[in-house]
Design a protein. Structure first.
Length: 566
């Protein structure tokens, strides 16, 4: 039977079953890698890193070759993934260079009035769990209805890290801030001394009261000292694992964290097998974000150093979870989705000069950039044996934001908007062959809170267009990266991604004036739909707040999870 015929038959059967109200609602597993590049796994073209389990998943399911992240940094991209909305709609898009949450003990977080995919699943009677990297804000103050915690965003169970994996968490003595700004301590001290000298001069000439001046100097000293302490002690203040509201490990033992996530997955799936409850599980790996560390079984195993080792360990973890589904008889009716939160950072190196960044395949660009293909295009694999024919390849543009409405569609939740704009669209019609064109006419590529590029899929034909409004300045020798290093393009650059997927040859704008006009009109309509909301990226919300700082076994701030170290 040909693949086309199988797709058509599956679509017909699902349509008939839907009319009869007999479509079985699947279990849901959403697997998200961190900083994994498009070209890092075998089924997307890599021939030197071994990923047999992901390759098998793609063979059994659907490979999405035009899978697009909503942002190119962790915090905003994951917010869009959870809510189906562009980050700017929820206040999760920054207006300045700080685009991701840096401290666990801060006030920033995904607003609790946002509806997450977990809340949709709970409404449908599903058990829900989140394992791994959260990075959407944190608080364990259950007396506050607005506290940022997975258990306050629709999840029944959480095991993982509130923030992210950082270079500081390694054992190499790496400091993220010292790498990014080597003169940071001197700059802080200089700032304080300049304030002190300026205030002294103002007091001397009688413009400022001495007591007010002393208060101002004291506040400045506290702010400078607190900022310096927080940024120079990222491991102490942010490296820990929580189980629900309990801090169970500090610092994170990175080499064993993948095995722990696999063990937690197995325990939770076994419980669902025993209680026969439908479930949604989000498994959010700490790989491939630095610092990279693997179990000794995977150390020095790949041809690509620590990064390759980590990819292969993550692939092993995916395989373990799929084996568990087989063991409990859940594979057939479990909808599995695998992706990365954004593109890789190919040139990233650790303190020893080793490459710890991934590979974006044929696409240029990297994580943090706002318009390049390599920054947004990520692997996408979906498997659901009961509902989808295996061996499919879909080349239509889709988005990580689509998973939210897709899950709602699969679970027959009728209205998930709750008065909010949902930017994602259900992929069920495309996956089952009922539709052959992307549900998105436009996709908008944000960097901070501005659009750097527009992707356009007309409702007819097969061409996908991309209009770049800004692009990275490759000649910029300054340390600024991402949005800060982007050049305004006047006129913009237009690409035909169907014939030129790597976006290397700009087209003549005059010859395609109508296409450009349609794309600019689509952008204008989208921007008009953005309503102002409180930003989660103000300095007062982002700054470290000592009174919220977690610490186990005070004053040592060190502990091991008794569950894994009994």
């Amino acid at each position: 039977m040909t693949l086309l015929l199988r797709v058509v038959l599956v679509g017909i059967l699902l349509t008939l079953a839907a009319d009869a109200g007999d479509v079985p609602r699947p279990n849901i597993i959403l697997i998200v890698a961190d900083d994994l590049g498009y070209g890092d796994i075998g089924c997307f073209g890599n021939t030197t890193i071994h990923t047999p389990h992901l390759d098998k998943l793609a063979t059994q399911g659907v490979k999405l070759t035009h899978n697009i992240a909503a942002d190119t940094l962790c915090t905003p991209s994951r917010a869009a993934f959870l809510t189906g909305r562009y980050p700017i709609r929820s206040g999760m898009a920054s207006s300045f260079f700080m685009r991701a949450f840096l401290f666990t003990a801060s006030a920033s977080g995904l607003p609790t009035n946002e509806t997450t995919v977990a809340e949709v699943a709970k409404e449908a009677g599903y058990k829900t769990a989140f394992l791994g990297k959260w990075h959407q804000g944190w608080s364990t103050d259950r007396s506050d209805p607005e506290h940022h915690h997975p258990l306050n965003q629709g999840f029944d169970y959480f095991y993982g890290t509130p923030l992210t994996n950082m270079p500081d968490f390694d054992d190499l003595g790496v400091s993220w801030i010292m790498h990014a700004a080597p003169h940071f301590p001197f700059q802080l001290l200089t700032t304080f001394l300049l304030v002190l000298i300026s205030v002294c001069c103002l007091v001397r000439v009688g413009y400022v009261n001495v007591w007010l001046a002393m208060l101002f100097v004291l506040v400045t000293g506290v702010l400078c000292g607190g900022t310096g302490f927080a940024l120079l002690n990222m491991k102490l203040l942010n490296s820990f694992m929580f189980r629900n509201y309990d801090l169970v490990e500090q610092p994170i033992h990175l080499a064993s964290v993948t095995r722990k996530l696999v063990a937690e997955s197995g325990e939770w799936l076994q419980a669902r097998h025993q209680d026969h409850a439908p479930f949604l599980l989000i498994l959010s790996w700490l790989h491939m974000h630095t610092a990279l560390a693997t179990d000794p079984q995977f150390t020095n195993r790949s041809a690509h150093g620590r990064y390759g080792d980590a990819v292969e360990e993550m692939d092993w973890g995916v395989g373990q979870v799929m084996d568990m589904l087989d063991r409990y008889g859940m594979s057939d009716n479990t909808f599995v989705y695998f992706t990365s939160d954004h593109g890789a950072a190919p040139k990233h190196k650790d303190k020893l000069g080793r490459t710890v960044g991934g590979f974006n395949g044929p696409f240029s660009g990297a994580k943090t950039e706002g318009s390049t293909e390599g920054s947004f295009r990520v692997p996408g694999i979906i498997r659901w044996p009961a509902g989808l024919a295996g061996g499919q390849v879909i080349n239509e543009p889709v988005s990580l934001m689509d998973i939210f409405p897709t899950v709602a569609d699969l679970l027959h939740v009728p209205d998930v908007s709750a008065g909010q704009v949902i930017d994602g669209a259900s992929l069920v019609p495309l996956l089952t062959g009922q539709e052959t064109v992307s549900p998105h006419q436009f996709l908008f590529h944000y960097c901070q809170d501005s659009v750097h590029a527009v992707r356009y899929r007309p409702r007819t034909g097969s061409t996908v267009w991309k209009l770049m409004l800004r692009e990275p300045d490759r000649n910029n020798k300054k340390p600024a990266k991402g949005c800060d290093a982007a050049l305004h393009l006047d006129p913009p650059k237009l690409y035909d991604l169907t014939s030129d997927p790597t976006a290397t040859t700009p087209l003549d704008l005059q010859q395609h004036a109508q296409t450009v006009a349609v794309m600019l009109a689509g952008l204008k309509e989208h921007q008009a739909s953005i309503e102002p909301v409180p930003s989660q990226f103000t300095l007062t919300r982002l700054m470290w707040q000592p009174w919220k700082q977690p610490c186990c076994n005070f004053p040592y701030c060190s502990c091991e999870d008794s569950k894994f170290h009994a």
